[in-house]
Design a protein around this ligand. Sequence first.
Ligand code: GCU
Length: 340
Amino acid sequence: MRGLKKAFILALCVTAVLGLGGCSSIKSEKRIVRISHAQSETHPEHLGLLKFKEYVEENLGDKYEVQIFPNEILGSAQKAIELTQTGAIDFVVAGTANLETFADIYEVFSMPYLFTSEKAYHEVMGDTDYMNQVYASTDEAGFRVLTWYNAGTRSFYAKKPIHTPEDLKGLKIRVQQSPASVNMVKAFGAAASPMSFGEVYTAIQQGVIDGAENNELALTNNKHGEVAKYYSYNKHQMVPDMLIGNLKFLNGLSSEEREVFEQAALLSTEVEMEEWDKQVEEAKDIAQNQMGVEFIDVDVQAFKDKVSNVQQDMLDDNPDIQELYDHIQKINEKYAKEEE
Ligand code: GCU
């Protein structure tokens, strides 16, 4: 599989180097638009991307054909972002944790307990005008976010039950390849092991790590529930996924075409979010009743207390996140008041 992946990526790069219009096909008149993502073909993101494809081809089908590559076929998120940066592929879906090394502002999403409600999270992310300022932060790196996808709430899951933060002590927990996530897991008292998403199943199975942290779909769609039987609802993060496009490609579109791609992106988010809500409920049912995963309700406040300094430490270390952080706090407060 690895060899195959490498050969495919090499072929993409050779095409790019030869100046054959990035990845455009030689035979076809149409420009092939390639999108990479890390999930399976039934995942909400894949279904959202099918909508993206449908809308682009309905409106610009004489010029563009959209091809979607799931399951990290083109490489892990980090690799696929690099391919998008160079224009070897055109789009990639990746979590903000993977963007931290390109623009400091994305660190904010790795803060534990940043959003105090799902409503606040959705309002912040759904405010396209505000978020577009954030999305422009990677222009220098050669790519730009077009839209976000809901990736739920992340919690710990492991081979052993975790009831309190003390149970994390001594456990080796996989995190995304993000310095802020490493620090967060350390603050919880566990050892952090950064690795790509595709490696997690085998690492848990072979005992290289004791567990990981993610949303419920990781248990079913990515089958982690086969090897980790305890999922604890400590709910430490809501980390969005992003649809990222090569900036040269986006800037090379006419304004009408750009509008179509942007509209396609927004529609893909609508589909993804509807599917997300459905699939999370299904995932809980499948994990519990078919895979034998035990869901554990914990005292979330105890987990919050354990990492209470992390937000301020991150703000002190990285002033670039302050403005977005303050903006998020205002929205948090708005929903907190509504609930009073
Ligand atoms: C989620 C998220 C992915 C991310 C993955 C991970 O599945 O949707 O974008 O890559 O978690 O933990 O690596």
